[in-house]
Design a binder for this molecule. Structure first.
Ligand SMILES: Cc1ncc(COP(=O)(O)O)c(C=O)c1O
Length: 392
């Protein structure tokens, strides 16, 4: 009785690990959770206050499907600061960045169309392409290539069926950030092709080592027209539970995404859209969170590289380390044969009470993702536990 569409959606490996970790916690076990994809900070007070105010003012009715004009204007204003000029007709406010991505893919992908997906990738991209009956054409990368793909890798992957490419910089799961010149090289390959660029920039404000964000949409007017820029409030404003995101793009594609939204979610809650207008005035708070993430990153990376057989790059953005554990594949740890990153993650959870996400969940084995969106104390303790269990 279940549709083929639903049947082909893979159950989430990530959720499996986190529910096991939750179950252990409920039994009183102190689990260090490196698996979460969300900041541990509370939402800034000014945003919460502004949400309460919106409720008190009765902002409780349907909003325009594309989002309230105040928020769309604030988004345009924010992008104009980096030289990307959009009109409010180029903006669609969505239920999280996730819905923006889903609508973008549904609006452009026909059955059998190919979408180029650099790997390792955030798992939902693959499933969304799948649901739209498209084909994800992955380009593999690894630690040796800083987890990036080059313009020429992309050029080789293009076929007459290529409809879109997904770029995610800063990246979940790897924390890698494409430089301006790398993105300009990619843009050159795509400039004269009929291919959409879905650029997921949800971690754009979480950058380290003084790096400034560069959006591929800034490469040229032609590229901007083809780019569906995805962003949201979950990560940089610590608003994961509010479910608010947006897409910026050409009027035609935004219009079709709005149509899809009008017959599905109708858009996010009205008072939440009002609250988010404030999020563009809290640079100092966002900076404080970013600085704390940078400190935690340094502790985590140093700790990981101090464990025999584990290697981590210093992520330039987001809040994840994607550590190489290939040394342990095929070896025995604490009496258990490690055949895959899944086995490794299970071992860490069961024996060290540390939750990580196996690389397999992101399309590549031999790695694990650790989120440093957790306290410095937990990072120190978690790394100590991993070291103890793997070094014996
Ligand atoms: C790369 C990436 N894109 C999009 C999202 C979705 O974010 P949102 O909470 O806004 O739906 C996530 C969340 O984990 C993410 O990591």
């Amino acid at each position: 009785m279940i549709s083929n569409r639903a049947l082909k959606v893979e159950p989430s490996l990530t959720l499996g690990i986190s529910s096991k970790a939750k179950e252990m916690k409920s039994k009183g076990i102190y689990v260090i959770n490196f698996s979460a994809g969300e900041p541990d900070f509370d939402t800034p007070k000014v945003i919460k206050d502004s949400c309460k105010k919106a409720l008190d003012e009765g902002k409780t009715k349907y909003a325009p499907v594309a989002g309230i004009p105040e928020l769309r204007k604030a988004i345009c204003n924010e992008y104009s600061k980096i030289g990307l000029n959009y009109d409010i007709k180029n903006v669609l406010v969505t239920v999280g960045a996730k819905e923006a991505l889903f609508l973008a893919i549904l609006a452009i992908v026909n059955s059998g169309d190919e979408v180029i997906l650099p790997s390792p990738y955030w798992v939902s991209y693959k499933e969304m392409i799948n649901i739209a009956d498209g084909i994800a054409v992955t380009i593999d990368s690894g630690i040796e290539k800083d987890f990036k793909v080059s313009a020429s890798d992309i050029e080789k992957a293009i076929t007459p069926r290529t409809k879109a490419i997904i770029i995610n910089s800063p990246s979940n799961p790897t924390g890698c950030v494409y430089t301006e010149s790398e993105l300009r090289d990619i843009a050159k390959v795509l400039e004269d092709k009929n291919i959409y660029i879905i650029s997921d920039e949800i971690y754009d404000r979480l950058l380290y080592d003084g790096i400034k964000h560069f959006s591929i949409a800034s490469a040229s007017e032609k590229i901007k027209e083809k780019t569906i820029l995805i962003n949201g409030f979950s990560k940089s404003c610590s608003m994961t539970g509010w479910r608010l995101g947006y897409a910026l793009g050409g009027k035609e594609i935004i219009n079709y995404m709005e149509r899809l939204q009008s017959h599905s979610t109708s858009g996010p809650a009205t008072f939440i859209e009002y609250a988010a207008v404030e999020s563009f005035n809290i640079d100092d708070e966002i900076e404080k969170m970013r600085e704390e993430f940078e400190k935690r990153r340094d502790i985590m990376v140093d700790g990981l590289n101090n464990i025999k057989g584990i290697k981590s790059l210093k992520p330039k953005g987001a809040f994840y380390c994607f550590a190489d554990i290939r040394y342990y594949i095929g070896k025995n740890i604490d009496g258990k044969l490690i055949k895959s990153s899944m086995d490794f993650a299970e071992l860490l959870l069961e024996k060290a009470h540390v939750a990580v996400v196996p690389g397999l969940a992101f399309g590549i084995d031999g790695y694990m993702r650790l989120s440093f969106a957790t306290s410095q104390e937990d990072i120190i303790e978690g790394i100590k536990r991993i070291k103890q269990i793997v070094e014996g």
